[in-house]
Design a protein around this ligand. Structure first.
Ligand SMILES: Cc1cc2nc3c(=O)[nH]c(=O)nc-3n(C[C@H](O)[C@H](O)[C@H](O)COP(=O)(O)O)c2cc1C
Length: 223
């Protein structure tokens, strides 16, 4: 059985942005945790001899690379055939997004707080689909000046509406010192300020990240 694919989702889409830095931090901490049964991602499935059904692979999924305009389908996603909604979308970008999301077994949404909620880019990407999200485990990591807890609360409500299985461990990372990349290309990642990382470690980030990861493992194990 191939490892379960877990998307670590970069949710803001502006340029420059901090989100890729935070996403990679989450990815690195989870991937390095020896308690979380991980298996490296491979593009060639036949080479993958990992047969442990509890194993996960983490992969970064960037909403900025999905080419989604503001929602422009003429259907309501929840009304499409649950078993195979993909061909029923009118727009090619929706069919592509549907295929991407169907390929993942679980999601960790790493989102900033914008005006006490989630960025429109994330809500838009979620609204495009329904059955592709439904029933899958989801976890939330927010960040912002005070951790972005209000964004996490809103996101939890939206994910519940999509009938996702939202795990109880929610991480809120206060970003007080790390700034944006200055004058760089879009893909440039600003390094995290050590004072932010130290603050997160003192607050027990690694143990909370482990709980989050293990909750996903448990949810995926039930399937
Ligand atoms: C439109 C907008 C609204 C914001 N609202 C909040 C907020 O409500 N609370 C907060 O702590 N930070 C807020 N911020 C600051 C963001 O947390 C910070 O800019 C962060 O870098 C955003 O992530 P990004 O760079 O990936 O877009 C806001 C930023 C933007 C651009």
């Amino acid at each position: 059985m191939p490892p379960k694919r877990v998307a670590v989702v970069t949710c803001s889409t502006r340029s420059p942005r901090l989100n890729p830095t935070i996403t990679h931090y989450v990815y690195d901490v989870l991937s390095a945790d020896p308690m979380i049964p991980t298996s490296p991602a491979t593009s060639q499935e036949e080479d993958n001899i990992d047969t442990d059904p509890r194993h996960l692979t983490f992969e970064i999924l960037d909403l900025a690379q999905q080419g989604l305009p503001l929602y422009d389908e003429n259907i309501i996603p929840a009304g499409l055939p649950a078993a195979d909604p993909t061909p029923h979308y009118e727009k090619a970008h929706t069919r592509a997004w549907s295929t991407v999301v169907r390929g993942f077994d679980a999601f960790i949404f790493v989102t900033p707080q914008y005006n006490w909620s989630i960025p429109a880019s994330l809500k838009n990407a979620l609204d495009y689909l329904f059955h592709e999200w439904k029933g899958k485990p989801a976890a939330i990591v927010s960040y912002g000046g005070h951790g972005g807890g209000k964004a996490a609360d809103h996101l939890k409500g939206v994910l519940n509406g999509l009938r996702m299985k939202v795990v109880s461990t929610v991480l809120a990372l206060p970003v007080k010192y790390t700034g944006l990349p200055i004058g760089g290309a879009e893909e440039e990642r600003v390094p995290l300020d050590e004072r932010d990382v130290t603050g997160w470690k003192e607050a027990g980030i690694e143990a909370m990240m482990r709980n989050l990861g293990m909750e996903l493992v448990c949810e995926l194990d039930k399937e």
